[in-house]
Design a binder for this molecule. Structure first.
Ligand code: ZN
Length: 282
């Protein structure tokens, strides 16, 4: 069995379905840059493989993803990275807002946008925690299948920040629900997420992998170009409803909050490290 020290992402192909599995179970699949670029390589591979018709994004272990890595021993936010989402310069030798904006434009907003455009259907298979940065990974998928134990939360308002970097909240759920979700930071159950239209199916935990795979196989029976064009059609509709420009405008507010924290508190996260966030109930 792979351990957390193997590849941060596993790639498996079975028939027309590629399964991309985040593989840092000891850290609840916290997303560092090593994982981000391993995900990118996996999605790139799935996109280019003619035998692959649909993709499943899953998390190894008890949780889908607890969010961005803000405190594991393999946190690598200070290191340079490949820069595949855009041409903005390397953040690692810059300071302050220049560094933060460069980094988050690439590894969070840019990469999420890039993956959302993968021209094949992607299904998230979500169990356990899907928190903060974990939401972004589920939301860029076309469909979400959640197990009954799954929960969703964005507690970063506690850091004084208006939500995670990919601010799709009022598009993936009704705006009034999005406000409640953000204002309270409370966990939203899989059942509630289904009720508000954020997930497609809720299934027992032991059936999650098989159910997701069967759905992926069923979709794989459709013609490749038909699926690609349909995905683009719906994504374009979301963008016409303001998603693309909304993400850009809130990304500015997000960085105002980081900068305010850096000016007035101990760091850009308002002094809220992983321990403080856990204590506060996320
Ligand atoms: Zn940020």
């Amino acid at each position: 069995m792979p351990t957390a020290h193997d590849e941060p992402v596993r790639y498996e192909k079975q028939g027309p379905v590629a399964t991309v599995t985040m593989n840092r179970p000891d850290y609840r699949n916290a997303q560092n840059s090593a994982m981000t670029y391993a995900l990118d390589r996996a999605f790139y591979r799935a996109a280019g493989d003619d035998e692959v018709k649909t993709v499943v994004l899953a998390g190894a272990g008890k949780h889908f993803s607890a969010g961005h890595d803000i405190g594991t021993p393999e946190r690598d936010a200070h290191l340079p990275f490949e820069r595949r989402a855009g041409l903005w310069w390397d953040h690692s030798d810059k300071e302050g807002g220049e560094s933060r904006f460069a980094r988050e434009s690439e590894v969070y907003l840019g990469m999420c946008r890039r993956w959302r455009e993968l021209p094949k259907p992607v299904i998230a298979s979500v169990q356990g925690a899907c928190v903060a940065g974990g939401l972004m990974l589920a939301w860029i998928c076309d469909l979400i299948v959640a197990s009954e134990d799954a929960f969703f939360a964005d507690p970063v308002v506690r850091m004084g920040i208006p939500g995670v970097e990919y601010f799709a909240h009022p598009w993936v759920m009704p705006p009034r629900i999005a406000k409640e979700f953000l204002y309270t930071g409370d966990r939203m159950s899989a059942r509630r997420a289904y009720e508000v239209g954020m997930v497609n199916r809720v299934v027992p935990r032991e059936e999650l992998a098989e159910y997701t795979r069967e759905l992926a196989l069923r979709i794989a029976g459709m013609p490749r170009l038909g699926l690609a064009l349909t995905k683009r059609a719906v994504n374009q509709a979301e963008d016409l409803q303001g998603l693309h420009t909304g993400l850009d405008s809130v990304f500015g507010l997000h960085h105002l909050a980081h900068a305010h924290n850096a000016e007035t508190a101990s760091d850009a996260l308002g002094g809220m490290d992983i321990g403080a966030m856990k204590k506060a109930g996320s």
